[in-house]
Design a protein. Structure first.
Length: 402
């Protein structure tokens, strides 16, 4: 009657460990660019059988199996989002079937010559039990860019040697609480089941072990578990566009999977171009015949580059008369008006791809009638007096009457 409660306690402990480990491996994915790296396998090493697969180096005959690694790139990084397989049946390559949902990161700067390191795996159940296969790796960047290696050999061992344990550390701040959780659980089990001393010893040893699990290849974009593995094939850097340029291919296996590592020129997505933000300046009020100084401006993200520069344009959007700009292509300029009234002037700022507009309101008031001053005069009695009156009006459209 004591075994069932103990097993429930151990299941609770297992859930606690699982929740502690999970945050260290969680990763968010934002959909953007897509790169596909596929390995085409001639599993029977016979070019006369199988399908013909196109590549940047020309058609490859004899392919029985294609396994693709689909990579999603964003401005923040890149993630393997799924693994797919296609099987050749009667000379026709079948539709892709997802066999792994991915979720691990691409290691930027971790590959040869500072390239990105992309890891994937193939279950040995999909491959011949042993022997040599002919392989070609093909990469496409989703915008027409392609690259391919020359054919190379992958040799499967009949029985893979067991891999050395690889330390998988928890996030440092999780280690103390997990250790305390294990120790407290062990002490509680010791009090509740005093005859199960062996369980206490196991848990204490597990706690003191540094929380290390055995693993072969951890698909995380790091090169540590590829130490000592030589490339099976290399390809010239720079002979293909970014996100398709293959540098090297590695492989190794354990008793369950064939692991592939492809070093390639995978890049983060460029930040998306944002439109400039135009500012036509504050509203103004002037008298007719005076000019208004327009203080326009704009901010931008510098994209696209080129030109990485803004162009400006002023225009009258509304108003009763005409407007003459000192330099309509300059953000800061002057404007004069032919008639009184309210005008809306529009500034357009463009980065060469996107643009923005901003308006400013100019109120032009009719000018005040001005008489020229009349000087005092002294004349003799009986002398005829003549006075010329001169008045000025800034509005050329007005008719003066006296």
């Amino acid at each position: 009657m004591t075994r069932l409660p103990m097993m429930r306690s151990l299941r609770v402990l297992g859930w606690a460990l699982g929740l502690a480990v999970l945050p260290g491996f969680a990763a968010g994915v934002a959909t953007a660019g897509t790169t596909t790296i596929a390995v085409a396998l001639d599993t029977d090493n016979n070019a006369a059988t199988g399908c013909v697969v196109a590549s940047a180096e020309g058609p490859v005959a004899g392919i029985e199996l294609v396994l693709s690694t689909v990579i999603t790139t964003t401005a923040n990084g890149a993630t393997v989002t799924r693994l797919e397989r296609q099987i050749c049946v009667a000379g026709v390559l079948g539709a892709p079937i997802v066999y792994d949902n991915g979720g691990w990161n691409v290691g930027f700067g971790k590959g040869m010559s500072g390239s990105a390191l992309v890891e994937s795996s193939i279950p040995l159940a999909l491959l011949p039990p042993a022997g040599t296969m002919r392989a070609v790796v093909v990469a496409t960047n989703g915008t027409g860019g392609q690259d391919a290696t020359v054919p190379f050999a992958i040799t499967l061992a009949a029985e893979a040697a067991p891999a050395d344990p690889v330390a998988v550390p928890l996030t440092p701040w999780l280690v103390p609480p997990v250790a305390l959780l294990l120790l407290a659980t062990a002490l509680w089990l010791r009090r509740r089941y005093p005859d199960q001393t062996g369980l206490l010893v196991v848990l204490v040893l597990f706690t003191a072990s540094g929380l290390v699990w055995a693993a072969t290849v951890i698909r995380d974009g790091n090169a540590g578990d590829w130490s000592g593995v030589a490339p099976a094939v290399t390809d010239a850097a720079g002979d293909a566009p970014a996100n398709a340029d293959i540098i090297a291919v590695f492989y190794q296996q354990d008793g369950t999977n064939l692991y592939l590592r492809v070093d390639a020129d995978i890049r983060k997505d460029a930040a998306a171009n944002q439109p400039p933000v135009a500012n036509a300046g504050a509203n103004q009020s002037i008298a007719l015949s005076a000019s208004a100084t327009l203080f326009g401006s704009a901010t931008d993200d510098g994209l696209p580059n080129p030109p990485a520069a803004l162009t400006y344009g002023w225009a009258k959007f509304s108003g009763p008369g005409s407007v003459a700009f000192g330099n309509a292509a300059s953000a800061i300029t002057s404007a004069t008006f032919s008639a009184a009234g309210t005008y809306v002037l529009r500034l357009t700022a463009s980065d060469g791809a996107l643009s923005d507009t901003s308006d400013t309101r100019i109120t032009v008031q009719d000018s005040t009638l001005l008489f020229l001053s009349i000087a005092d005069r002294t004349i003799a009695l009986g002398t005829r007096y003549q006075q010329i009156l001169v008045a000025g009006d800034g509005n050329a459209g007005n008719t003066l009457t006296y």
